[in-house]
Design a protein around this ligand. Structure first.
Ligand code: ASC
Length: 230
């Protein structure tokens, strides 16, 4: 593999950053906010950022680059497909729970649903993500799908996956911003209290994580070597 050391640097950086994202969101909700519970209150809302960042940012990021880990190249392509799909499906479950948490919290508090740009873009991303999963299982996992169809759809699958991953990151940044504006009143967000600095930093780390994952996923030299289609 060309540039193995550089690959390892990007991989280890993105793994460390991914874990840091999960720690940051947990510190945000457990230390700066009202913790985690399923009680129709702010602690229930807090599942939303925790599950989105764990599932839709970190787990998805790993799912995107899982074929590129050189020590998996001796594993069968089919096994790697199951791991790739399994990470996406697990992320999908976390995302659904994250959405239920936010709707349930809004309804309990009589807060309107689906008015913000965050919610509009987020819903489109979630719907397209679910569509990508269903289409990809049919096209790439069901053995009877002709190779010509797989080959035609592969660029759309790769582009769609990266577009969705970028969409998740943009949506997460909007969600973080609106949550800070809503929740920081005294002292306000504009006075930049430690809570705001901490969560702004989380937003920056999400962008850097996304940048690393997209870099790893788009280096042609780091692709899994081709083999007969499974
Ligand atoms: C697959 C698979 C590939 C591609 C290829 C078409 O399902 O394992 O390597 O699709 O056959 O691009």
């Amino acid at each position: 593999m060309e540039g193995y050391k550089s690959f390892l640097f990007f991989l280890i950086s993105s793994l460390l950053l991914g874990f840091a994202l999960v720690i940051f969101v947990l510190v945000w909700v457990l230390h700066y906010s009202d913790g985690l519970a399923w009680n129709g209150d702010s602690a229930e809302f807090n599942w939303h950022p925790v599950l989105i960042i764990t599932g839709f940012v970190f787990m998805e990021g790993i799912a995107v680059i899982v074929y590129r880990l050189p020590w998996t190249w001796k594993c069968s392509k089919l096994l790697m497909k199951f791991i790739h799909a399994g990470l996406h499906l697990t992320a999908a479950v976390l995302v659904i729970i994250a959405l239920v948490a936010v709707f349930d919290f809004h309804n309990a508090k009589k807060i309107p649903n689906m008015y913000s740009l965050h919610s509009w873009v987020g819903l489109v991303v979630v719907i397209l993500f679910m569509l990508q999963i269903v289409v990809s299982i049919v096209v790439f996992l069901i053995p009877t799908t002709p190779v010509s169809v797989r080959a035609a759809l592969m660029p759309v699958h790769v582009y769609g996956g990266l577009l969705l991953f970028g969409g998740v990151i943009g949506t997460a940044l909007m969600g973080i911003t609106e949550k800070l504006i809503f929740s920081l009143k005294n002292p306000p967000y504009s006075s930049l209290p430690p809570h705001a600095i901490f969560v702004n930093t989380l937003g920056i780390l999400i962008v850097v994580f996304g940048g690393l994952i997209i870099w790893i996923a788009t280096r042609p030299d780091w692709k899994r070597p081709p083999e007969p289609t499974v």
